[in-house]
Design a protein around this ligand. Structure first.
Ligand code: BGC
Ligand code: NOJ
Length: 813
């Protein structure tokens, strides 16, 4: 069943009922000010950091789900309704929510009154703009009252929901005309405040939640709305809100528009006040002046759209597969931007008060983002590398505002170092900018320790070389990519964090997954060294990679598939020898995509085993058989009921690894089958089973052993976005940025037809690529023709300085 449809020309998903199985959200904001917005207008806003600078409140474990947002109450006679249906939930005569690239638009009609609400965050301003237009669709004159409503958060979102003994005393506001200023803690150490304003004189306002809602009431039935008259309340302590009242009259056919702005403003420390405790309103005045007219709003929206038009023109495909094209051209890249911006911080499943930016997560997010805005990727790489320790290990997380490593979780996740190599390599392959390797970057944010970035990569590489276990495989530490496989943790008490309990190192437990990573990214490190003329280091790196390759084939091979790990007792994990958890997905995907066992045959065997043992109709599950009891020596993985999360769920992030691996051995049909099974657009028809948004990936789909097989959870903030984009663009469609040029070597299924075209902006050039496949092969380049000239190999090396366009034909065969 569907709850909407894709509108590709407008790059929108159109939701046609507010009653989706779960809130279906969108993200507004590009760089600093962000909002989450659901299909019923729920969600919240923050500036840079969802924990420390939260503008509006989100109530956790809400009932009903998703209550709290930017709400507009329309009261016409005795009928009260909202354009997004929530929170009053009055039946609407029509409803539509269009989630687009950085904006959402709601259009609803009740009793002949149409409300069209547009919400977006402009490109270069720190505010959310809500333009609401009313049209009288009847032949009678209409009068109604509009009440706006937002609830302010007292900035630190964690403190806001726990520290009532203080917080119920600190709330302060100012109101001038149509503008409400939220200035809690501004009198002391904050130099920022929020504004909430509308571009028209108001008939009333409220800033006290209790006055607006009334005692024992909720957002579903505010007292002020029922009475039809604001109380003009000025809160002191308690719960600051922002609400405006506007009385509206509309002639038949007439349209009126109102522009609300929720903004974040800062003042220099010595210019905070114009009088004792009176805010200097200059930054607010300047901000609000930019959004006073419909023309200004139209222009800001047009600029936002033009920006996305430009971003999405960097990679496009046109094939016989409409759903593939829509994901590649629009939604997958859009999600890559969101994951780059948010890491795992703020979604409807990530509270925004938890993890901050993850080291491994951000490095991987960058893989799907780097072609969009390489300059931002560069800055991010420097930030991430600055949280590394001198021995090559790294803080596992850092807070976006301070960019400082998070000491509560510390280090010890032994996959982290190699992800840094992965993202720097991706950046240089995309841009050719090797100067990044000379950037001076500190360890643990201590500037006095700064060394060139290249040295950081060497430390990453050597961390693995110097931390090997009994089988010459990498020690796992606290965990590797699968941070629920906690082989040194041995936690027996509820509440102990699987992530941090126990020693961060153990001398025995080893990871075959990190070994596969080391082969893949160790080779890329060697290529980089060679590229910049450091041949000795390249040779050294290659010999270490080769030793690791041997170690995998010797002790990391189980006969029909790759072993997952060795536990702290030296026992195999993910082997036929195990009672449960005999085969895991990660080493099959990653070792093969790294090229391990491709020539000697293990690769094909491993992938055949994946198909036989792990595949299901909704995707490949993480392991089989699932753990049915808690294994103290394995940790969190066995804490989940069978079929959920890392315990045999379909963990979408690692499905693309297997799809990539299939292309490495040339099986395009199978690679695409895997791609399709978890791809949102391909499963839109089963939205009632899948439940999360059909336009973005979720972290996990419940596996075949789960009660709710096929049901997804944790949408949006997942490394799946980046990895599926890498999978589809580089391995399936085969367009790979290399150090020297753009390689085109597709591995495709029959569905792709005999011809498809792509455009790729790469460094200075635009590559117009046509792939011809009359013989319907799955892989192989018979001819590469560039501007009419036949070349050998698969790589187009820019051959003329300043040349900006290349017309490329790839003939498969
Ligand atoms: C989840 C993992 C996540 C980890 C770190 C675990 O509870 O299952 O998917 O990576 O927490 O926050
Ligand atoms: C989600 C986490 O964000 C990521 O870091 C981890 O690799 C996966 N879960 C797998 O456990």
């Amino acid at each position: 069943m569907k709850f909407g449809f894709f509108d590709d020309p407008n790059r929108e998903y159109v939701i046609t009922t507010p009653k989706t199985p779960l809130p279906w959200i969108n993200y507004l904001g590009s760089t600093a000010f962000f909002s989450l917005i659901s299909n019923t207008c729920g969600g919240y806003s923050f500036y840079k950091d969802a924990k420390l600078l939260r503008l509006t409140r989100y109530r956790y474990n809400n009932i009903p789900n998703d209550e709290g947002g930017r709400y507009y109450y329309i009261k016409e006679g005795d009928t009260v309704w909202n354009p997004g249906w929530m929170p009053v939930k009055t039946d609407l005569d029509s409803y539509e929510c269009r989630h687009g690239m950085g904006y959402s638009r709601f259009t609803s009609v009740k009793n002949g009154l149409e409300a069209s609400l547009l919400a977006f965050v402009p490109l270069n301003d720190n505010c959310e703009v809500n333009q609401i237009k009313f049209t009288n669709k009847t032949s009678e004159k209409k009068s109604f009252t509009l009440f706006s409503y937002i609830e302010f958060c007292l900035w630190n979102a964690m403190d806001d929901m726990t520290n009532y003994q203080r917080n119920l005393n600190t709330g302060e506001v100012e109101v001038i005309g149509s503008t409400i200023y939220h200035k809690t803690e501004y009198r002391e150490r904050r130099n920022h405040f929020a504004v909430y304003s509308v571009n028209t004189p108001v008939d009333g306002f409220d800033t006290s939640r209790d006055e607006f809602l009334g005692a024992y009431r909720g957002v579903t039935d505010p007292q002020v709305v029922e009475e039809g008259k604001s109380h003009d309340s000025i809160t002191s302590g308690w719960y600051p809100i922002g609400s405006h009242q506007i009385n509206v009259e509309l002639e038949p056919g007439e349209t009126k528009s109102f522009i609300f702005v929720l903004g974040y403003c800062e003042n220099p420390k010595d210019e905070k006040f114009t009088a004792p405790n009176v805010i200097n309103k200059k930054p607010a005045d300047e901000l609000l002046a930019k959004y006073q007219t419909d023309e200004q709003v139209d222009a800001a929206l047009a600029a936002l759209k033009a920006n996305w038009e430009d971003l999405l023109s960097k990679f496009t495909v046109k094939s016989d597969e409409e759903k593939l094209d829509r994901m590649v051209n629009i939604w997958n890249q859009y999600q890559c931007m969101v994951t780059f911006n948010m890491s795992r911080s703020a979604s409807y499943y990530e509270s925004g008060i938890g993890r901050g930016m993850g080291f491994r997560d951000s490095c991987q997010d960058l893989l799907g983002f780097v072609h969009l805005i390489p300059e931002r990727a560069r800055e991010r790489i420097i930030d991430i590398a600055s949280t590394q320790f001198p021995d090559g290990s790294a803080y596992h997380q850092y807070q976006p505002l301070t960019r400082k490593g998070n000491a509560d979780i510390g280090s010890g996740f032994n996959d982290d170092p190699m992800w840094l190599v992965a993202c720097v390599s991706a950046y240089i392959r995309e841009t050719g900018d090797t100067t990044i390797l000379d950037e001076m970057v500190p360890f643990d944010n201590d500037e006095s320790t700064a060394v060139p970035l290249l040295e950081h990569l060497k430390r990453s590489f050597d961390y693995i070389v110097n931390h090997k276990g009994p089988h010459k495989l990498p020690l796992i530490g606290r965990a590797d990519w699968n941070d629920c496989l906690n082989l040194n943790c041995f936690s027996e008490q509820p509440g102990e964090s699987f992530q941090t309990f126990g020693p961060s190192e153990g001398p025995v437990a080893e990871s075959v997954f990190i070994a596969g990573m080391f082969v893949k990214y160790g080779k890329e490190y060697a290529d980089l060294c060679e590229f910049i003329g450091k041949q000795d280091e390249a040779d050294r790196a290659r010999s270490e990679v080769s030793a690791m390759n041997d170690a995998i084939l010797k002790d990391g091979w189980d006969g029909d598939w790759f072993v997952r790990a060795y536990d702290a007792y030296g026992h195999k994990v993910g082997s036929k020898e195990c009672e449960e958890g005999q085969i895991y997905i990660e080493p099959q995907g990653f070792c093969v995509l790294a090229g391990v066992g491709v020539e000697s045959g293990e690769a094909k065997k491993a992938l055949d085993s994946v198909k036989e043992k792990l595949d299901s109709k909704y995707g490949i599950v993480l392991l089989q058989p699932p753990y049915t009891k808690y294994h103290v020596e394995l940790g969190e993985i066995s804490s989940y009921p069978p079929g959920y999360k890392e315990n045999a769920g379909i963990f979408c992030h690692n499905n693309p690894w297997v799809s990539c691996a299939e292309t490495v051995i040339g099986r395009g049909n199978r690679a695409f089958e895997i791609y399709r099974k978890t791809c949102p657009a391909y499963i839109e028809d089963i939205s009632e089973i899948h439940c999360t948004e059909p336009y973005v990936y979720s972290q996990m789909i419940a596996g075949k052993d789960a009660h709710f097989f096929g049901q997804a959870k944790n949408s949006w903030l997942t490394g799946t976005a980046a990895w599926t984009f890498v999978n589809v663009s580089q391995y399936i469609l085969g367009v790979v940025p290399t150090l020297k040029g753009l390689s085109i070597d597709p591995c495709i299924p029959a569905e792709m037809g005999t011809k498809f075209t792509m455009t790729r902006k790469y460094r200075e050039g635009v590559y117009n690529i046509t792939v011809e496949n009359d013989n319907k092969v799955e892989k192989g380049v018979a001819k590469l023709i560039v501007d009419g000239k036949e070349l050998t190999g698969t790589t187009v090396v820019p051959y003329e300085k300043g040349k900006t366009e290349y017309n490329v034909t790839v003939v498969m065969g």
